[in-house]
Design a protein around this ligand. Structure first.
Ligand code: T1G
Length: 679
C-alpha cells in the first residue's frame, strides 16, 4: 500500500485500485481525509493501468460525515465538492464499499461513486437536519434521484437511516456483499470492467424522482402540514424540503445552487451552532472528569427494583428491554400485581403498534420476577429504590438492603431531590450508594441524573453511567444538593412564574410565552397535567397559597377537568375564569397591585434566574460542565434543542451582560460564575 497521507492509503489488486480511509473513530471527512482522497483519485486518473477503483474504509464504519469538529473554523485542505468531482469524473468506474453507517457527507461521497456495494448490516442516512443543517454536498439532489423525492424528503427531514435491504431494493446500493467486503467490492469492480458497464452518474438520471414539480406539489404541501407541529421552531426541516423541491423542479446544477444557498444560511445561523453544540455535549456528558483510565464499570447482570409504581415500573422496563432480568419488589400483593400489569400493558401497546413482535413481549416479561420480599434481591448487582419521597422510609429500606444485598452490590435511590449522602449513611457501604434520578415516564424519557455521593466510589459512578447508556439513557453526573441539576433550576422558573401570575400575568400568557420559546408546555399546563393537589391535603391546608385556594375550590387540573384551564372531552383547554378570579382575590388580599406584564419580561424573569442557578450549580461543583446542564434541560424538560440549552443560550444568544442587568433589576444576586464565565 502506498500511503497518500497518514489517513488515506492507495493500493492495487491487479488492475483494481483500492483507496482505503483509516481515520478513527468514524472516518469523518477531515481536511486530511479530503486531501488524501483528492490525492488518491488524482493518482488513479493518471494511472492508465487502473481499470476500476474501490473506495473502502478501515475501522468501525464507512465515512460517517463531514468532520463536525472542523465547523466554524477556517477551511483548510481539499474541498468536499472537489473530492466528489474527482470521483464522479474519474476515467474508470469507482465502487464505494460501505459498512457501518454511511452518513451525511459519507453517503454524499458514496453517491458520487458510479456503483455502491455494502455488507448486510450497513446503514445509510443524511442526518444533517439533526445538526440544524442539510446535506450540503449534493445529497439533496442525488438522493431523490435514487430513492425518489418522497422517500428522500422523509429521510433528510428526519435523519432516519435506511438499512442495506432497502438500500438494495431502492438502488442506493447495487449489491450486498457476503463475506469480506473489500474483496467483494473488488470482485464487483472486476465484473463491471469485464462487462464494460457504464460510468453511472447519479446526477444524470432524473427518471426515479417520482414526478415533476406540479405532480409532487400536493405531496410537499401535505408533508409540510403533517409535520408542522414536529418542525415548529426548527429552520432546517423547511430548508431541506426546499432543496428536494429544487431537485424535482430544476436541472441538477441549478438545484445544487439552491442547496448551497440554503446550506450556508443554516451553517451561519444560531440553530445549527446550538444543535452541533448539543451533539458534542451529549457525548461529553458521558465522561467523568478525573476518572482514572483503568477504572472499568462493574458488570450488571441482575437488577432489583423496589417499588412497582409508575417510576418503579418504568425503571424496570429500561432493563427488561435490553435483556437484563429484574426482580421487582412491592410491599403489597395488590400493588405488585397492578405494577406488573402496567409493564405488560406498556409492552403490549408497543407490540400492537408493530414496534416488536408478540414474542418480544413474552421475552421481556419473562425476565421480570415479581416479589414481596426484599430478601429476593440478595443476588442483584444493582438495586434501585423507587418508593415514596420520604427520607425516613428510604433510610429504613437502605438499612435493610445493606444487610440483604451481596457485597459489591450497588444501591441506588431514584429520589428526585433528597440528600443521597444521608440515605447512604443508613448503610455500611456508602461507597456503593448513589442516586439514579429517572424522569417520568422512566421508560421513555432519556435523561438520567446520576447523583454521586460524597463517598460514592468512582467505579460505582462509572457503572451507573455505563448502565444508563446501555439502557438508552443520557446519563449526567450531578452532585448532592436539593433538586440536583434540573429540579433545582426548575424551582427558580416556577417561583418566578408564580410571582408573575400574582403581579398580573395570566397563567395562559406565561404558558404561551414559554411554549412560543419552544418548551412543549408551560408551568401551568404542567401543574394541571401533574395534578394541582400533588402533596396537598384538605385537612392540613391553611389556604396560604394560590394553589391551596385552587384546591380548596375543588380545582385539581386535568384529572377533574378544571384547574388553571377548563378541559373539554378532547382535552382542549381554555383559561379557567374561576381560577383567574381566585388569583385576583388572593392578590387583592395580599395588597398586590396587578399590572400588565409584557412577553419579554415574562420570558426573562422565568429563564434568567434558571441560568443564574445553573451558574451556582457549576460554582458549587454540582455539575461537571455547563454543557451537562444543557443536556439535562434538553432531555429532561424539553428545552428546545435548536436553542442549545440554558447555558448555551445564555452565552451565545442572550449574552451574560443582559442577564446580569435583568437579575440586578430583579434584586437577584448573580452567581460569580455568571460574571466570569464558565467552561
Ligand atoms: N465529525 C466529528 N466527530 C464525530 C462525527 C463527525 N461527523 N461523528 C462522530 N464523531 C465522534 C464523536 O464525537 C465521538 O467522539 C466518536 O466520534 C464516536 O461517536 C457536508 C455537513 C457515526 C452513528 O451527523 O451519528 O456531513 O466522544 O459516540 O454511538 O452534508 O457518531 O469519542 O471523542 O456517536 O457509535 C453528518 C454524526 C455530519 C453523523 C456513531 N454526520 N455521528 O455513533 O459513536 S454533517 C452525522 C453519529 C455533514 C455534509 C454535512 C454517530 C455515529 P468522542 P459516537 P456511536
Amino acid at each position: 500500500m502506498a500511503a497518500i497521507n497518514q489517513v488515506v492509503d492507495l493500493s492495487k489488486d491487479g488492475e483494481i485500485a483500492v483507496v482505503t480511509v483509516n481515520s478513527p473513530p468514524v472516518n469523518a471527512l477531515s481536511a486530511d481525509v479530503r486531501d488524501g482522497l483528492a490525492g488518491a483519485f488524482a493518482a488513479i486518473a493518471a494511472d492508465s493501468a487502473v481499470k476500476a477503483a474501490v473506495l473502502a474504509c478501515a475501522g468501525r464504519t464507512f465515512i460517517a460525515g463531514a468532520d463536525i469538529s472542523e465547523f466554524g473554523k477556517p477551511p483548510r485542505g481539499a474541498s468536499l465538492p472537489a473530492v466528489q468531482d474527482a470521483m464522479e469524473s474519474a476515467p474508470v468506474p469507482v465502487i464505494a464499499a460501505i459498512h457501518g453507517t454511511a452518513l451525511g457527507g459519507g453517503l454524499e461521497v458514496a453517491l458520487c461513486a458510479h456503483y455502491r456495494v455494502s455488507d448486510a448490516k450497513a446503514k445509510f442516512g443524511l442526518p444533517e437536519v439533526k445538526l440544524g443543517l442539510l446535506p450540503g454536498a449534493g445529497g439533496t439532489q442525488r438522493l431523490p434521484r435514487i430513492v425518489g423525492a418522497k422517500k428522500a424528503t422523509e429521510m433528510v427531514t428526519s435523519g432516519a437511516q435506511m438499512g442495506a435491504k432497502d438500500a438494495l431494493a431502492t438502488g442506493l446500493v447495487d449489491e450486498v456483499v457476503d463475506g469480506d467486503l473489500t474483496a467483494g467490492a473488488i470482485a464487483f469492480a472486476r465484473r463491471v470492467v469485464a462487462e464494460g458497464r457504464p460510468l453511472k452518474k447519479v446526477r444524470d438520471d432524473a427518471s426515479k424522482l417520482g414526478g415533476d414539480a406540479a405532480s409532487l406539489a400536493p405531496f410537499f404541501a401535505e408533508f409540510r402540514a403533517k409535520n408542522a407541529k414536529a418542525f415548529k421552531g426548527f429552520e432546517a426541516p423547511e430548508a431541506n424540503i426546499k432543496c428536494i423541491e429544487a431537485a424535482v423542479a430544476l436541472p441538477f446544477d441549478e438545484g445544487l445552487k439552491v442547496e448551497r444557498t440554503e446550506f450556508m444560511k443554516l451553517m451561519t445561523g444560531l440553530q445549527s451552532a446550538a444543535q452541533r453544540h448539543v451533539f458534542f455535549a451529549e457525548r461529553a456528558a458521558a465522561k467523568i472528569d478525573g476518572l482514572p483510565a483503568d477504572v472499568q464499570p462493574l458488570p450488571v447482570k441482575k437488577v432489583g427494583v423496589i417499588g412497582a409504581g409508575t417510576m418503579g415500573g418504568g425503571i424496570s422496563m429500561n432493563f427488561l428491554s435490553v435483556g437484563i432480568p429484574v426482580t421487582i419488589v412491592e410491599m403489597k400483593e395488590e400493588a405488585l400485581t397492578r405494577g406488573v400489569g402496567i409493564i405488560r400493558k406498556n409492552y403490549q401497546n408497543s407490540a400492537d403498534k408493530g414496534r416488536f413482535p408478540q414474542s418480544e413481549v413474552e421475552a421481556r416479561m419473562g425476565r421480570l420476577t415479581p416479589s414481596l420480599n426484599l430478601e429476593d434481591l440478595a443476588d442483584c448487582d444493582l438495586i434501585i429504590e423507587a418508593v415514596f419521597e420520604n427520607m425516613a422510609i428510604k433510610k429504613d429500606i437502605f438499612g435493610k438492603l445493606d444487610k440483604i444485598a451481596k457485597p459489591g452490590a450497588i444501591l441506588a435511590s431514584n429520589t428526585s431531590y433528597l440528600d443521597v449522602d444521608e440515605i447512604a449513611s443508613a448503610t455500611n457501604r456508602p461507597e456503593y450508594v448513589l442516586g439514579m434520578h429517572y424522569f417520568s415516564p422512566a421508560n421513555v424519557m432519556r435523561l438520567l441524573e446520576v447523583v454521586r455521593g460524597a463517598k460514592t466510589d468512582p467505579q460505582v459512578l462509572a457503572t451507573a453511567m455505563a448502565i444508563g447508556k446501555a439502557t438508552g439513557k443520557i446519563a449526567v453526573v450531578a452532585g448532592v444538593c436539593h433538586g440536583f441539576i434540573g429540579n433545582r433550576m426548575l424551582a427558580r422558573r416556577q417561583q418566578q412564574a408564580n410571582l408573575l401570575m400574582l403581579e398580573g400575568a395570566a397563567p395562559a400568557d406565561i404558558d404561551r410565552v414559554l411554549t412560543d420559546f419552544g418548551f412543549p408546555m408551560g408551568p401551568f399546563q404542567m401543574s394541571d397535567l401533574a395534578g394541582l393537589d400533588i402533596g396537598w391535603n384538605a385537612e392540613t391546608s391553611k389556604g396560604e397559597t394560590v394553589r391551596d385556594r385552587l384546591c380548596e375550590a375543588g380545582l385539581r387540573g386535568q384529572k377533574n377537568g378544571k384547574g388553571f384551564y377548563v378541559y373539554d372531552e378532547q382535552r382542549n383547554r381554555t383559561p379557567n375564569p374561576e381560577a383567574l378570579a381566585i388569583i385576583d382575590a388572593y392578590a387583592a388580599e395580599k395588597g398586590i397591585n396587578r399590572r400588565t406584564i409584557d412577553d419579554q419580561e415574562i420570558l426573562e424573569r422565568c429563564l434568567f434566574p434558571m441560568v443564574n442557578e445553573g451558574a451556582r450549580i457549576l460554582a458549587e461543583g454540582k455539575a461537571q460542565r455547563a454543557s451537562d446542564i444543557d443536556i439535562v434541560w434538553i432531555n429532561g424538560y424539553g428545552w428546545p434543542v435548536y436553542r442549545g440549552g440554558p447555558m448555551f443560550w445564555a452565552e451565545k444568544d442572550v449574552g451574560r451582560d443582559r442577564i446580569i442587568a435583568v437579575l440586578e433589576q430583579m434584586g437577584e444576586e448573580e452567581s460569580p460564575v455568571l460574571k466570569d464565565g464558565w467552561k
